[in-house]
Write a protein of this length. Structure first.
Length: 234
């Protein structure tokens, strides 16, 4: 039986991530990776529009070297005064004959703040390893976000919002993204702002339904909505 253990965990800024190996020493394991390394594929758009599956995070590192990442606060511990405090690492424990065995889980969003975003979850025995795994998976789940100005109040033609109303779902959480006029900002929760900001969206309304306290499903629902911008076109 697993249960969440409320323990002290390092804050997001204190979780140190090991430096990635230089791309000069990268040896591709897939055909796509070999094409990228040889220079036959020079843009991430060629991969996404071609429907290729990214199986190596180094492919994204080479084509989009300026990616940023944000940790989603999915864990919890007892705060001051007895209230709950959100932390970036979720700790779970599994009982064995030898005692409890702990696992760390991290959920990460990556993006270049200019139309590309991805999400990933990693689990390991240490917090740093969990974050590293999550970042690699997020890079392999990278998508291109369709941006525009779909607000009837604005109609400026710039890529500050989304082109039309779109819906996304994950688990019990359903999210609706609505185009907003320029200057309004991101009308969403702090965690939702992380993925929207990294996707390059500056103005949008977010309407959510279901158990949004389940942060992973909430962020995945927004990710699904951004992905659907290329599916539900007028």
């Amino acid at each position: 039986m697993r249960k969440v253990v409320e323990e002290e965990v390092e804050e997001k800024e204190e979780i140190k991530i090991e430096e990635e190996k230089p791309l000069e020493t990268w040896k591709p394991k897939t055909v796509l990776g070999e094409k990228v390394l040889k220079g036959e594929i020079k843009s991430i758009d060629e991969i996404i529009e071609g429907g290729y599956k990214i199986a190596e995070p180094e492919i994204v590192d080479m084509l989009l070297p300026n990616l940023k990442h944000e940790l989603i606060l999915i864990g919890g511990r007892t705060g001051k005064g007895g209230g709950a405090q959100r932390i970036p690492i979720r700790i779970t424990a599994k009982m064995h004959k030898s005692g409890r065995r702990f696992r760390m889980t991290a959920f990460v969003v990556v993006g270049n703040e200019d139309g590309y975003v991805g999400v990933g979850k990693g689990t390991a025995l240490e917090a740093r390893s969990a974050v590293e795994k999550a970042i690699k998976k997020a890079k392999m789940n990278l998508i291109k976000v369709k941006r525009g100005c779909g607000s009837w109040e604005c109609k400026c033609g710039e890529n500050h919002s989304i082109p039309f109303k779109v819906e996304g779902k994950s688990g019990s959480v359903r999210v609706i993204l609505i185009p907003a006029p320029k200057g309004l900002g991101l009308v969403a929760s702090d965690e939702a702002k992380k993925i929207l900001r990294l996707a390059g969206i500056k103005d949008v309304w977010v309407k959510s339904f279901g158990n949004t306290s389940m942060r992973i499903n909430f962020i995945k629902a927004i990710y699904n909505a951004l992905k659907n911008l290329y599916v539900y076109e007028r």
